[in-house]
Design a protein around this ligand. Structure first.
Ligand code: AMP
Length: 252
């Protein structure tokens, strides 16, 4: 049996409501790993760079095996960039190569750059017009309920490629689920972690294109944009993102 383990931590709210988000994580693991994974998440919540959490919640829930779907892990490639401006130019090129119109690519980059504070989820934009399609405002659409199918195999492979650690792992697993969504064209992401300036453009066509600099160091605002084909059924899309359990497989 597999279990979903989710953690969220915040500061300054009341019983976790209304505070500033500090940290969140999720894994899907066999029963015998639940304790270890939950303890690691609590440690991470207590020591996060964004500040000291005063509320931490861990939720453990069995996953119905019949409801699990699988998708391939995106292949990783690198784009060079030395400044945030160069990185954003590279992101624009990658988005267009993946099938996003120039207008929509510009709209997505501008929308992320203009965010006054980080969102919890992603903006969903039409890949042709750049129009925002979700009605989630500052919250955005969350992609949840995913993990690597073979955790140990995944860690081994990624460590060998210099992509070990929680941050790359979570981003790559999330990007793989996002790229397998109905209507997916591409994704743009840069982190809200002030010290982590690396971001990526993900797409079902080319994979996960790492871009070493997409924002200035010290900038605490990050976000994601999911670009979808015109006419994508948003109700089905949001259901896939939030409710479907997807395990990401390393396929030869
Ligand atoms: P992170 O890479 O964790 O620093 O996240 C960067 C930004 O991506 C956040 O500020 C959110 O806007 C967005 N984000 C983080 N997690 C998710 C998620 N599970 N689904 C959709 N968007 C997310």
């Amino acid at each position: 049996m597999l279990y979903s383990v989710k953690m969220r931590a915040s500061r300054g709210g009341r019983r976790g409501v209304g505070g500033r988000h500090i940290s969140g994580a999720e894994r899907i693991v066999p029963e015998e790993r639940v304790d270890e994974v939950a303890a690691a998440m609590l440690y991470r919540a207590r020591t996060h760079e964004r500040g000291k959490a005063d509320f931490m919640q861990v939720r453990v829930e069995a996953v119905d095996p019949a409801a699990i779907r699988y998708c391939p892990l995106l292949p990783v490639y690198d784009r060079a960039a030395e400044t945030a401006a160069e990185g954003r130019r590279a992101a624009r090129e990658e988005l267009i190569r993946a099938g996003v119109s120039a207008q929509a690519a510009d709209a997505g980059i501008a929308a992320l750059a203009a965010l006054p504070d980080s969102m919890r989820g992603a903006m969903v934009l039409d890949s042709e017009t750049g129009e925002r399609l979700d009605d989630q405002k500052e919250r955005g659409v969350r992609c949840t309920n995913m993990d690597a199918a073979d955790s140990a195999g995944y860690d081994q492979l990624m460590a060998a490629r210099g992509l070990g650690g929680d941050h790359p792992r979570e981003a790559l697993v999330l990007a793989s689920k996002v790229a397998a969504a109905p209507g997916a064209v591409a994704e743009l992401c840069w982190s809200d972690d002030p010290q982590y300036v690396t971001g990526y453009v993900g797409s079902p066509r080319y994979g996960y294109g790492r871009i070493p600099v997409l924002k200035e160091k010290g900038d605490p605002v990050g976000g994601r944009v999911f670009f979808v084909r015109p006419g994508t059924d948003m109700v089905a899309y949001v259901r896939y993102m939030q409710d479907e359990t997807v395990l990401v497989e390393v396929r030869p």
